[in-house]
Design a protein around this ligand. Structure first.
Ligand code: TYM
Length: 329
């Protein structure tokens, strides 16, 4: 069995981008691999968060994991800050990383662009992410395309650690969907679909009611012309919608193209909305059940306990190799 680790930030509503780019693969991998899926609250606070909203969102994202189909008896589901070793290894990894490589991270550049004051946490964000992955010696990291650069850095840090302190960390591989690795905005296919976009019509939130989903899809920008053809370079808008369709209807791109051959955008968008609703409506029902039952707290406790055993063991090994004096009886 391979070890799989991934995380999602509790910093706002989750979108269909998170679902297609990451969560669908979490659900798939849990059947065959040893999985660790967490809500990364320590990462969320690298930008200012309202404390009450952060607490609510952390619970909401955990419940969405389960609602999306993650079985807590198959995968470990927990909150990052409940496993303290993440923060500690995060600090150790910060001392392995160089300023230059952190400055090159595009996510840091995007989030800090034009700001007078940028939090130091935002700068060292990727070293904590590296710790998240390395602490379980994860083989695979299911993520969307935007996390690829952070994964590259994680691999570099693992190599550097292994060179300096002896072979220990597994070098992780990204696990990225072929289609849907970057689900784009509904209003502008040059931007990725994101919960932080101020235009709520640009993204589909996992908890959007069916009518809102229908409205957002019917208003989604489409390229000129009328052919339902997958051609990201020349028809980025329609290609994005075809990708979403293929995921939600469990079809290939070619099958979607064939079904709408000669029919224009109208029927395609109408059916697309129904496929998205068919995926999200049952997810929302399960979400509401989980939230009202309160069972998520038990799931998170159990997940953190199991994850802590693995994480603590790694931390001791790492500290020993780095030359820390460990406490003795
Ligand atoms: P976050 O919270 O921004 O996003 C969670 C996951 O969703 C994917 N994603 C998308 N995929 C396709 N299209 C989109 N429009 C889209 N938007 C988001 C992201 O690629 C991600 O996989 N740094 C991470 C969280 C993290 C992490 C980790 C991930 C912390 N520690 C360890 C993996 C391993 C992040 O901010 O994801």
């Amino acid at each position: 069995m391979k070890k799989v680790l991934s995380g999602i930030q509790p910093s706002g509503q989750l979108t269909l981008g998170n679902y297609i780019g990451a969560m669908q693969n979490f659900v798939k991998l849990q059947h065959t691999e040893e999985c660790f899926f967490m809500v990364v609250d320590l990462h969320a606070i690298t930008v200012a968060q309202d404390p009450a909203a952060l607490r609510e969102q952390t619970e909401a994202v955990a419940a969405l994991f389960i609602a999306a189909g993650i079985d807590p008896n198959k995968a470990n589901v927990y909150v990052q800050s409940h496993v303290r070793a993440h923060a500690e290894l995060g600090w150790l990894m910060t001392t392995i990383a160089n300023m230059g490589e952190l400055e090159r991270m595009t996510q840091f550049k995007d989030k800090s662009a034009g700001k007078d004051s940028v939090g130091a946490g935002l700068f060292v964000y990727p070293t904590l992410m590296a710790a998240d992955i390395l602490i379980y010696n994860a083989d695979l990291v299911p993520v969307g395309d935007d996390q690829k650069q952070h994964l590259e850095l994680t691999r570099d840090l693992a190599h550097r650690f292994n060179t300096r302190f002896g072979q220990y960390f597994t070098i992780p591989e990204p696990y990225i969907p072929k289609v849907g690795a970057r689900v784009m905005s509904l209003d502008d296919a040059s931007k990725k679909m994101s919960k932080s976009n101020p235009n709520v019509g640009s993204f589909i939130a996992l908890l959007d009611p069916p009518d809102v989903i229908r409205k957002k899809i019917s208003r989604a920008t489409t390229d000129s012309g009328r052919e339902v053809k997958y051609d990201p370079a020349n028809k980025p808008e329609v290609s994005n919608l075809i990708g979403i369709y293929a995921h939600c209807a469990n079809m290939t791109i070619a099958e979607v193209e064939e079904r709408y051959d000669g029919q224009g955008y109208g029927p395609f968008k109408k059916d697309l909305a129904e496929h998205v609703v068919a995926v999200l409506e049952p997810l929302q029902e399960r979400y509401n059940e989980i939230r009202s039952s309160g069972e998520i707290h038990h799931i998170l406790k159990q997940g953190a306990e199991r994850a802590s055993i693995v994480a603590e063991r790694t931390l001791i090994e790492v500290k020993e190799r780095m030359g820390f004096l460990l406490p003795r009886e």
